[in-house]
Design a protein around this ligand. Structure first.
Ligand SMILES: [Zn+2]
Ligand SMILES: [Zn+2]
Length: 149
């Protein structure tokens, strides 16, 4: 995949990712719904170290149902949900970050980046169909980083 470049609605926060996503996941969990206002999220799971952020996203901390400290980041001006990750006990970000794929400017990246998995499928709305070819998981994927996707 070429470099993925994206940003928020107002343009003050820009996000670049230069690498291959570790995985791509549609998430139907209730937290994702609240934090985006959409009925599910589409996420690229990337290495935190390969993510380059311009601007000053606002971090919103929360303790997830599974007891993890997580932070989700939004544009402080327009509110676009940008990305999120777990926070380690020492306060540092986890090695992987969940980026909201809808922020990317290049739709080719999204066309090519079909979902590898769908998670929290029990919360999927009744009128939505599973994505053909995507692995289906009732809860979280057994990748530590996906617990709070
Ligand atoms: Zn913005
Ligand atoms: Zn979710």
């Amino acid at each position: 995949m070429k470099m993925a470049v994206g940003g928020c609605f107002c343009g003050k926060v820009r996000v670049e990712y230069n690498g291959q996503p570790l995985t791509t996941a549609l998430c139907h969990c209730l937290d994702c719904r609240k934090l985006t206002g959409a009925l599910y999220t589409y996420n690229f799971v990337v290495k935190t170290a390969e993510l380059n952020i311009t601007g000053s996203p606002k971090a919103v901390p929360k303790t997830s149902d599974s007891g993890n400290d997580i932070k989700n980041y939004f544009c402080p001006d327009c509110g676009t949900p940008l990305y999120g990750h777990k926070i380690k006990p020492n306060g540092e970000a986890e090695e992987v970050t969940i980026v909201r794929a809808g922020i990317f400017d290049d739709t080719e990246i999204l066309d090519e980046g079909r979902p590898a998995v769908e998670i929290y499928t029990e919360s999927r709305l009744k009128w939505l169909s599973p994505v053909e070819g995507a692995g289906q998981f009732i809860g979280m994927l057994s990748v530590p980083s996906l617990d709070d996707a």
